[in-house]
Design a protein around this ligand. Structure first.
Ligand code: AMP
Length: 419
């Protein structure tokens, strides 16, 4: 068949043969977040465009070229959310979630939108899972958030991934470091790509994130932030590492992690699967101590991460990991004869009300066709209803795996079903 319409470039359908894998991964993420006492928050998929423009920073790729923006009928400018942190912080401030004090531990799951060049592992609509812990500057929380991701990945069964951490310092240290970067790169300005020439003026640190070969080669010798940390920053970083050891999370220090958005301070981290090729980040995050205040709240610190479900699925496929059960009906109902067919709806309803999943196909009438379908669906039981049985007030319950069968009354079925 060929549809008159195609799905938009960079998007995809989650089809029934993989949707159970999605459900499995999403549920495992939610369960893991709850183990750490994080609670779910759901925000709209669009927000005022300005929220992202201010928080991400005007030189970020997201703001410069990746946002899906639109005007509504009243001329207000909105954007499909390109990331989850700013909306969560917006909701945190707007709903005064810190009223009770302490740390607010929130998680979210949902689609994000970026107008980026699509490729394997990179889409224009993609699904992220993420957590935000707002209200504490304690390095314990940085480590706990990283440990949450690590626990999740291990529960999925993944082994081929690395945790990489760095410190991007605080505002004071950043200024000094940026000056050092400018001093280093300026004599090479002509050798840099166009984007990096601009970055050099506006946000020199982003040069270290550039994927262009020449810029990367120059970046190798560039000064690293870790050499510029003041006492507060390096103590924080040391403590994060100490807690990671206690949480038994193995990690590498990678001074090249700079993160693309403006709001990061102190700890920055990435979770990498090096087998995935160019799009190897399965998650990333960091501390954002200025963001809550920037969005209009009190100066409260925060730390969080986000990851993409698509790359997790690819990672799981690469490691041949089982992910989730297909939907299989416990009972396939076969009705033989008109009277029996007339009773099916009531019987199926009884099963479903008793939490027994049931399938029946009204277009199949012969026993042979119905038993073939029971096999195809991998149902564990077939429930055969015939006119004779109806007269006797019983149905035949056939265990398709053990190849045994019993005549039972309707009321007896739930206790006869072994799961
Ligand atoms: P970021 O907010 O860019 O740090 O992204 C966090 C995580 O989201 C990345 O590590 C990826 O796993 C995932 N991600 C980001 N952008 C995309 C995209 N365009 N397509 C699929 N996954 C993405």
């Amino acid at each position: 068949m060929s549809s008159k319409y195609n799905l938009p470039r960079g998007t995809y359908d989650i089809l029934p043969d993989v949707s159970h894998k999605w459900e499995y991964i999403i549920n495992l993420f939610k369960d893991t977040a709850k183990l750490f006492n994080f609670k779910e928050i759901v925000t709209p998929i669009f927000e005022e465009a300005d929220l992202f423009e201010r928080s991400s920073g005007e030189t970020s790729d997201i703001v410069q070229k990746e946002m899906y923006k639109f005007y509504d009928r009243k001329g207000r400018e909105f954007a499909l959310r390109p990331e989850g942190t700013a909306p969560v912080v917006r909701s945190f401030v707007e709903n005064n979630l810190n009223a009770q004090g302490g740390i607010q531990k929130l998680f979210y799951v949902g689609p994000m939108f970026r107008y980026d060049r699509p490729q394997k592992g990179r889409y224009r609509q993609f699904y992220q899972y993420g957590v935000e812990a707002i209200g504490s500057n304690n390095p314990f929380v940085d480590a706990e958030v990283i440990a949450l991701f690590y626990t999740f990945a291990r529960k999925l069964g993944l082994t081929d991934f690395e945790v990489e951490i760095n410190s991007v310092g605080n505002d004071d240290v950043s200024k000094i470091y940026d000056e050092a970067l400018i001093k280093y790169f300026l004599p090479h300005k002509e050798e840099l790509c166009g984007d990096c020439q601009e970055r050099l003026e506006k946000k020199p640190r982003r040069l270290l994130d550039c994927k262009v070969k020449n810029c990367q080669a120059l970046g190798k010798e560039a000064p690293i932030m870790l050499d510029y940390l003041d006492e507060e920053c390096s103590t924080h970083f040391e403590q994060v590492k100490r807690y990671l050891d206690q949480f038994q999370v193995p990690y590498n220090v990678n001074p090249r992690i700079v993160r693309g958005l403006d709001y990061y301070t102190h700890t920055a981290f990435e979770f990498l699967n090096n087998k995935l090729g160019a799009q190897n980040a399965i998650g990333a995050g960091g501390r954002y101590n200025g963001l809550v205040e920037q969005i209009g709240g009190k100066p409260l610190p925060g730390v969080g991460f986000a990851g993409g479900f698509e790359r997790l699925l690819l990672s799981m496929e690469a490691e041949n990991l089982f992910s989730g059960d297909e939907v299989i009906p416990q009972v396939y109902v076969a009705a033989i004869g008109e009277k029996a067919q007339d009773h099916v709806a009531g019987i199926i309803n009884f099963l479903r009300m008793n939490n027994i999943s049931a399938e029946y196909d009204p277009d199949k009438t012969s026993l042979k066709a119905q038993m073939k379908a029971a096999d195809k669906f991998k149902a564990k039981y077939a429930l055969i209803i015939g006119d004779d049985e109806l007269i006797r007030g019983v149905v035949t319950l056939k265990n398709l795996q053990e190849r045994s069968q019993v005549d039972v009354t309707l009321q007896e079925i739930p206790s006869q079903i072994k799961l």
